[in-house]
Design a protein around this ligand. Sequence first.
Ligand SMILES: Cc1cc2nc3c(=O)[nH]c(=O)nc-3n(C[C@H](O)[C@H](O)[C@H](O)COP(=O)(O)OP(=O)(O)OC[C@H]3O[C@@H](n4cnc5c(N)ncnc54)[C@H](O)[C@@H]3O)c2cc1C
Length: 374
Amino acid sequence: MAKKQEPKIPVTVLGAGVTGLTTACILQNRGYQVTVVSRAFPGNPDVDPIYTSPAAGAHWRSYAANDDYRGQEWDELTFQTLLRLCSVPGTGLMIAPGYEFWAEKPDVWQDPFFARFIPKYQRLEAEALPQGCKFGISYETVCINVPKYLPWLLDQFLYLGGKTEERDVSHIDELFQGKHAANVVVNCTGFGARTLPGVADGHVYPTRGQIVQVFAPHVRHTVTRLGTMHEDFTYIIPRDDGIVVLGGTYQADNHSLEADPKTADDIIERCLAICPELKPEGKSLEIVAHKVGLRPTRVGGTRCEAEWRELDNGRKVLLVHSYGHGGYGYQSSYGSAATVTKIVDSELAQQRASARAASNGAAAGRGRGGNAKL
Ligand SMILES: Cc1cc2nc3c(=O)[nH]c(=O)nc-3n(C[C@H](O)[C@H](O)[C@H](O)COP(=O)(O)OP(=O)(O)OC[C@H]3O[C@@H](n4cnc5c(N)ncnc54)[C@H](O)[C@@H]3O)c2cc1C
């Protein structure tokens, strides 16, 4: 006789950015029945001006510090996953040579932690550096065409049985109540976590990123200048459809969603200085779009932890937070989703163990009670 299948445990993921969609896919692969609730999805990004994922570059370049072991683990797992996905058609992911330049040679240079696993890592010789730069490294990395990758993630999720619900959530506890009440919710609201009632995390703040998109299909490598994120760090990220993203800005606590024309000119000038081939002689830059996004940055780093909440009716429910991924939401996405999945597994296992212990205790109590009656 066929073994009776256990019913799947329902989980609601709030948010359809790269964090929410990746987490939903991984939870689903783990056997949960997942619903993604969000006011904005990849197909209607403009309904939510603080939906960051569609406004990103993006590429994998880890900034995890040498003592940030969680960040390193997340970024390495994500790199290996994205690299594998590059061979899957339709993802919008592509492998590209990456170059990084510094204006001055650092006094003490320590190779970044990713030198141990990223392909083709090397320090550059002086003749490989552009004018005005004194130090550089190169490696092979993954570039992400975000308007293609986000719908691809959503399609994977739907294909494997995931459900979606488009709506604005006005309090986190709303998801534990009503017709589609869940017992487990994962909060992937990005910058929305700053204001969402029931969460309202004052440690979340925006780091404004402005970019210029140009059509330059001959540029197939990514370039970064400065090595660390900085007010005006400069980067060039090619996409698989010929669009090249020119960046950027990294402006903490700046909420402006308008593209500033002067900043755009400055970005173009900085990018041309490190990648003159963007504009072949006799040609002009073909500007396609200007974009601004607010990176959901958080004092203390990403919040990835469980919170057991007690509702007004006394019911205990599990809320797992995963927000505040700042400028690294894509490159840490699979690592952060794996941590969320482990948290959900272990919290539910502990809950089951406590319920069993309580019911065994009650049974033993009944047993003693029975003996007393004799
Ligand atoms: C210019 C720029 C360049 C970048 N480059 C890179 C890069 O190269 N590599 C990299 O890794 N990262 C990069 N980033 C950072 C990256 O984009 C973010 O870390 C990431 O997008 C955050 O994703 P998220 O899913 O956590 O948040 P979001 O994408 O903002 O998603 C939040 C979701 O929650 C929903 N939501 C929020 N509140 C509610 C509510 N109350 N009710 C219903 N729905 C709600 C929103 O609608 C949205 O769907 C870049 C960012 C910018 C702006």
